[in-house]
Write a protein that binds this ligand. Structure first.
Ligand code: G3H
Ligand code: 13P
Ligand code: ZN
Length: 343
C-alpha cells in the first residue's frame, strides 16, 4: 500500500486505546529496523525525519527508501512524517516531496531554540494546516516548549520553564485545526533528560491529564520520550563509551499517558543508543573487522529489538491489519467537508 495518512492511524489508535511510536530515521538501516519490527509485531508505523535527517541523507534518498519500504512491506500501514518542521517553507518542501504528515513546530522560532509568541505559533501552524489539509496531509502542532538543546530542538534548561498551559492548548487547537498536539510536560530531547528517575515534580503527567480532560478528542503527542534504559547505556560504556548516568521517560509513564489521550510517542535516542552500543561492541571485540556490514548488521538488529519492544509496550502491536487505509484524496475530501460544515 502507498504511504498513508497519520490522522487515520491516530484516529484508529484512539478507538483502540493504544499509542503509536514515531521513530526517527536518517538512513537505510534505521528504516529497515523499523519495518522489520513492524512486520514482526504486526504494527502500523510512523517513520519520521527531522530537518537534520533530511539534510544528512539528502531527502530524496530517504523518500525513495520509504517508497521501497512500502513495496517490501505492503501489509504495514506506514506514515512518513516530518519531525519538527521549523517554518512554513520546510513543511511545504516535505509536502511537495510526498511526506504524508508534517509537524509545524511553531512553539520555537525558526532557529529551533527561541520560544515564540502564541500569535506567531497560531499563524504559522494555521498556514501549514490549510496547505496540508488541502492534500489530505496530517498536521502536528506544538504548544509549550521542550527543554534541552542537545539536538537543536529545544528551549534549553530542564524542561520545566515552558510547560504547556492547558487553557492555551484549547485555544491553540481551536484556532489552528491541528490533527495532533505535541505538549511540553518536562521532557527534553536527547539522552540527558533527568538527573534521577523522574517524579511528579519533574515529569508533569498531571499537566498532560489536565490537557486531555479539556481536549478529550485531540490526539496528544509526547516528544522526548526515549526511556534511555540503563542496559543500553551500560553496553556503550562497557565498550569504551563515556555516557554520564542519566534517566529518560519510564515506559509506565508513557503508558499512563496513553490512557490519557497520548497517541503518538516520539523515540529517537533509544535507537541511537542501541546502534552505538552494537557498533562499539564489534569495534572492541573484533578490531580486525573493516567490512561495514560486520557492524551495521548487529546495529540494525539492536535497533529492531528496541523498536519491537516499544511497539508492544505502546500497544500498537497486532493492530496493523485492523483497517483499510484511505487514500490521501479521501482525506482531503474529509477535511474539506469538515471545513464546509463549520462555515
Ligand atoms: O527531534 C529530535 C530528534 O531526535 C531528531 O534529532 O535533529 O538530530 O535529527 P536530529
Ligand atoms: P528522544 O530524544 O527522547 O528520543 O525524543 C525524540 C523526539 O522527540 C523526536 O521529535
Ligand atoms: Zn521532538
Amino acid at each position: 500500500m502507498p504511504l498513508v495518512s497519520m490522522r487515520q492511524l491516530l484516529d484508529e489508535a484512539a478507538k483502540g486505546g493504544y499509542g503509536v511510536g514515531a521513530f526517527n530515521v536518517n538512513n537505510m538501516e534505521q528504516i529497515q529496523s523499523i519495518m522489520e519490527a513492524a512486520r514482526e509485531t504486526k504494527s502500523p508505523v510512523i517513520v519520521q525525519a527531522s530537518r537534520g535527517a533530511r539534510s544528512y541523507s539528502n531527502d530524496r534518498f530517504l523518500y525513495h527508501l520509504m517508497i521501497a519500504a512500502t513495496e517490501l512491506y505492503p501489509e504495514v500501514p506506514t506514515v512518513l512524517h516530518l519531525d519538527h518542521g521549523n517554518s512554513v517553507e520546510t513543511c511545504k518542501s516535505a509536502i511537495e516531496m510526498g511526506f504524508t504528515s508534517v509537524m509545524m513546530d511553531g512553539s520555537l522560532m525558526s532557529d529551533g531554540k527561541t520560544p515564540s509568541s502564541f500569535e506567531y505559533n497560531v499563524k504559522t501552524t494555521r498556514e501549514v494546516v490549510e496547505m496540508a489539509h488541502a492534500r489530505g496531509i496530517t498536521v502536528e502542532g506544538e504548544i509549550g516548549c521542550l527543554g534541552g538543546i542537545e539536538d537543536g530542538h529545544g528551549a534549553g534548561g530542564d524542561g520545566l520553564s515552558h510547560l504547556t498551559d492547558p487553557a492555551q492548548a484549547v485555544e491553540f487547537v481551536k484556532a489552528t485545526g491541528v490533527d495532533a498536539l505535541a505538549i511540553a510536560i518536562g521532557t527534553s530531547h536527547g539522552a540527558y533528560k533527568f538527573t534521577q528517575k523522574p517524579t511528579g515534580a519533574t515529569l508533569k503527567m498531571d499537566v498532560l491529564i489536565e490537557i486531555h480532560k479539556r481536549l478529550p478528542n485531540t490526539h496528544l503527542v509526547m516528544h522526548g520520550s526515549s526511556s534511555v534504559p540503563k542496559e543500553l547505556q551500560d553496553v556503550i560504556n562497557q565498550y569504551g563509551g563515556k555516557l554520564k548516568p542519566t534517566w529518560g521517560v519510564p515506559v509506565e509513564e508513557i503508558q499512563l499517558g496513553i490512557r490519557n489521550g497520548v497517541r503518538k510517542i516520539n523515540v529517537d535516542t533509544d535507537n541511537r543508543l542501541a546502534i552505538t552500543g552494537a557498533i562499539r561492541k564489534v569495534f572492541m571485540e573484533k578490531p580486525e573487522e573493516f567490512d561495514p556490514r560486520s557492524y551495521l548488521k548487529p546495529a540494525r538488529e539492536a535497533m529492531k529489538k528496541v523498536v519491537a519492544e516499544r511497539m508492544r509496550q505502546f500497544g500498537q502491536a497486532g493492530h496493523g491489519a485492523d483497517y483499510t487505509p484511505v487514500t490521501m484524496e479521501a482525506m482531503a475530501d474529509r477535511y474539506a467537508k469538515a471545513e464546509a460544515a463549520k462555515a
